[in-house]
Design a binder for this molecule. Structure first.
Ligand code: CAA
Length: 259
């Protein structure tokens, strides 16, 4: 398969594949096509018996700076509902093989949410995690309010979601969001090592163990995700969303009116 916005490496180590997000000029902003490509690559790798674990990475400057604001800026709530982008995210979450995120630089908004769709997370010392949607008049829509809260607890999740503050890799590690922090030269290597540590186990045991760990919170998660999604769509009915995203595109401060 050929892709425009991702690179797929089928054997970075025995049984280990890697997907690299490849929109560097836009800090790997997650447009709909890029997300569709990640989904298609994961479906392909998940069905391939010669692959047992998958690393997802960006580049040193950015894992991903969020959903593509320019693509969303003019959308209405109904447009967003019809686009139904989160079905793609649900498919990504259903990947049976272990997903290891190798994160450096920005992992923001949808970028942080994509990281949280992975099973284990290795970060470079320069990684920054955040849910800054509030700065552009919206809120997380790809599981951020649910998965972040479960990972780091209410206090820090509220702070990140309501103030938009980024946290460093060290803080993310201390809060339980990620597994490991290493120097920037090593994050990819460490992520591949972690993937290899899964790849030499029984693939069936790995699949069922992964499914079981996810089951521990998935039933409550589904309800929370639907609730979050409706509110995310609803925000596209506000003038503040139009203002917040236009301000980002025009590189100026947003003037929110509460309408
Ligand atoms: N969408 C679209 N384009 C983006 C983007 C995004 N999320 N993030 C960065 N870019 C683009 C910038 O517009 C810029 O493009 P131009 O060169 O054409 O102007 C390019 O990437 C480089 O970005 P900056 O010049 O802004 O780089 P910086 O180092 O000054 O700042 C940053 C980096 C702090 C990450 C800043 O780019 C930023 O704040 N980005 C937006 C972060 C954000 O709000 N993410 C949440 C998106 S909404 C979401 O994800 C919803 C959801 O839950 C599904």
């Amino acid at each position: 398969m050929s892709y425009e916005f991702i690179l797929v490496y089928r054997e970075v180590a025995p049984y280990v594949a890697m997907i690299q997000l490849n929109r560097p000029k836009e800090l790997n902003a997650l447009n709909l096509q890029l997300m569709g490509e990640i989904r298609d690559a994961l479906l392909d790798l998940d069905a391939d018996d010669s692959i047992r674990a998958i690393v997802i990475t960006g580049n040193d400057r950015a894992f991903a700076a969020g959903a593509d604001i320019k693509q969303m800026a003019g959308k209405t709530a109904i447009d967003m509902l019809k686009i139904d982008q989160f079905t793609t995210w649900d498919t990504i979450r259903k990947t049976k093989k272990p997903l290891i995120a190798a994160v450096s630089g920005f992992a923001l908004g949808g970028g942080c949410e994509l990281v949280m769709h992975c099973d284990m997370i290795v970060a470079s010392e320069t990684a920054q995690f955040g849910q800054p949607e509030i700065n552009i008049g919206v809120m997380p829509g790809a599981g951020g309010t649910q998965r972040l809260t479960k990972a780091v607890g209410k206090a820090l999740a509220m702070e990140m979601v309501l103030t938009g503050r980024f946290i460093s890799a060290e803080e993310a590690k201390a809060a339980g969001l990620i597994n490991k922090v290493v120097p920037v030269e090593l994050y990819l290597e460490e992520a591949v090592k972690m993937a290899s540590a899964c790849a030499n186990k029984s693939p069936i045991a790995i699949q069922l163990a992964k499914e079981s760990v996810l089951k521990s919170f998935d039933s409550h998660l589904q309800e929370g995700l639907y609730f979050e999604r409706k509110n995310f769509y609803l925000l596209f009915a506000t003038e503040d969303q139009k203002e917040g995203m236009a301000a980002f595109v025009e590189k100026r401060a947003a003037d929110f009116k509460g309408k």
